[in-house]
Structure formats: structure tokens, C-alpha cells
Write a protein of this length. Structure first.
Length: 227
């Protein structure tokens, strides 16, 4: 009888160990898939079948401590959204301008819209800055914009930075113009590494593709004293 009890106990312990190993394996697989989803490196087929997978495991927000790189150049109170200087910023190619109809392919589907922002081609990891002072009101992930940061500025203006990789600020954090808030990336619905920059220049909380006040070049015109 004692031998049978010993065998039963060994069998029980083996089952417990196997159960724990399976649970750990499932957790590792989930974390690996979620990390791929966050970084927009999950296969297209996976994102088609599981478009809201990230929501199942909680908000996929990863805020890390920023490197110490100082502040970007400021001209007439405005900092470039990309790069360290305005000269560097002007070297980034515009993939999709504001207010222009466009067609593009995401997950094998052709999409058409009018762009309410400007897309700048930039390698993953390019420095992203707050264009003006004030407070961060959103740091989140969505299927469309991927990792994104929204900042409220004086007079109720807002700026939006999307498809980011690393994010270095948190919600309700105060920032200043030229502060390094993130790195550009390729997250969300993206056709390649770039920064989507949106501007709400009429303080209505909406990034419009119609109102000229929401054209980011309306903001950038301050830098070059264009009236």
C-alpha cells in the first residue's frame, strides 16, 4: 500500500509541475505575441484575426526612462516635432501632407481618406519632441495610431504624435517645448516607419483635415515668421 501511495504522490507532483509549466509557457507566449503586436511586427494574418488582442491583456503602454539628450532647438517658442534642430527637421521627407486625399494599403485592403495630419518618414528610434509647453493628456495605444501621445498646450491647442516606439512621458506630466517625449516607430496601422504629427490649432479638441487652423504648417509658420 505504501508503494502505491508513493507512486500516487509522485504522479500528483508530476501533474502539478506539468500544469505550472503549461501556465508559464502560455504566459510567455502571450507576452511574446503582445510585444510583437505593440511593435507592429506581428504577422498581418495575426492582426487580422485578433485586431483587439492588445485589449485582452490590458493597455499595452510601455513608458521608459528617457535618455539624457537635452532639449531640441526652439525658434519663436516652437520646437520641431522630429530631430534636434529645425534644419534636421526640414530634412525629413513628408510622406502624406495635411488635407490631401490619399489611398494606401493596410492588411491587404485599400483605404482612402483625407489626412488630418502630416506623416514624416523617419527611421524607428528618431527623436520626437513636444512642440510647445504644457501637459500630457494621453499616453496610449490604439490599433490605428499605435503608441501615441497627445499634449494640451496654452490657449487650448493640442498636438498629437503617433506610431511611436518608445514613449518617455506619462499622463498628466508637464512638459516643455523641445523636450524629448518619445521615439518614432512603426506601431499601429502603418505602411512603414514614420511619425504622424497632428495639430489642433483652433482649440476645439479635434484634429481636422478641413480647418486651416489645424494644418501643422500654421504652427510651423511661426518659426519662419510667415503671415
Amino acid at each position: 500500500m505504501s508503494d502505491i501511495l508513493k507512486m500516487a504522490e509522485r504522479y500528483r507532483n508530476s501533474l502539478i509541475s506539468a500544469h505550472n509549466n503549461v501556465e508559464q509557457l502560455a504566459q510567455d507566449i502571450s507576452e511574446t505575441i503582445l510585444e510583437a503586436y505593440r511593435n507592429h511586427s506581428a504577422p498581418m494574418s495575426f492582426r487580422n484575426f485578433y485586431p483587439n488582442y492588445s485589449d485582452l491583456l490590458g493597455p499595452p503602454i510601455r513608458v521608459i526612462k528617457p535618455p539624457v539628450l537635452g532639449h531640441a532647438e526652439i525658434n519663436n517658442g516652437v520646437a520641431p516635432p522630429l530631430g534636434s534642430t529645425w534644419e534636421e527637421f526640414n530634412s525629413f521627407r513628408i510622406n502624406s501632407p495635411w488635407g490631401i486625399p490619399r489611398s494606401y494599403v493596410i492588411d491587404g485592403l485599400i483605404r482612402t481618406d483625407i489626412h488630418a495630419g502630416i506623416d514624416y518618414r523617419a527611421n524607428v528610434g528618431t527623436r520626437v519632441n513636444s512642440v510647445l509647453d504644457e501637459i500630457v493628456i494621453e499616453v496610449k495605444f490604439t490599433n490605428v495610431f499605435g503608441n501615441q501621445i497627445r499634449i494640451q498646450h496654452p490657449h487650448g491647442y493640442h498636438s498629437l504624435y503617433a506610431h511611436l516606439s518608445n514613449m518617455y512621458v506619462t499622463q498628466r506630466q508637464r512638459v516643455v517645448a523641445g523636450q524629448h517625449i518619445a521615439n518614432s516607430g512603426n506601431t499601429g496601422d502603418s505602411t512603414g516607419p514614420h511619425l504622424h504629427f497632428g495639430w489642433d490649432g483652433n482649440a476645439d479638441g479635434v484634429f481636422s483635415h478641413i480647418d486651416p487652423a489645424d494644418d501643422p504648417f500654421d504652427l510651423f509658420s511661426r518659426v519662419y515668421n510667415i503671415h
